[in-house]
Design a protein around this ligand. Sequence first.
Ligand code: CMP
Length: 140
Amino acid sequence: MAIERTFSIIKPDATHRNLTGAVNAKLEAAGLRIVAQKRIHMTRAQAEGFYAVHKERPFFGELTEFMSSAPVVVQVLEGEDAVAKNREVMGATNPEEAVPGTIRKEYALNIGENSVHGSDSLENAATEIAYFFKDEEIVG
Ligand code: CMP
């Protein structure tokens, strides 16, 4: 197993309900270290750029409107197998399908307002981290 870095977002539905600490507690309990973190309010253009891979999907408008509707917390998480570990602790995209104890099972409202985002591969993690963080902002 290797030490990896992955990218995470605590989404507007979670920040709005004051769940930043609750989500972070789950991440840390899973062995992930939050090595960078900032609260930002994304512009619509930033959200569209971040989710560009989904631009042909029917939910793209809804997704980017939601992600730019209120503050989010963007994070870099570090740990052994961080990409897979974060996806495990997040749970399935649709909270109805998520395993009990996962972040989405406990906190997500629906498939769109699903509390967290996490990179799906090491390659995408590097791209997504670079979209929001400069190297010097990741302090370990
Ligand atoms: P995320 O991990 O941020 O990556 C893309 C997001 O699109 C996903 O989480 C969901 O929040 C959202 N999404 C996926 N499917 C749907 C859907 N059918 N309707 C609305 N949003 C969706």
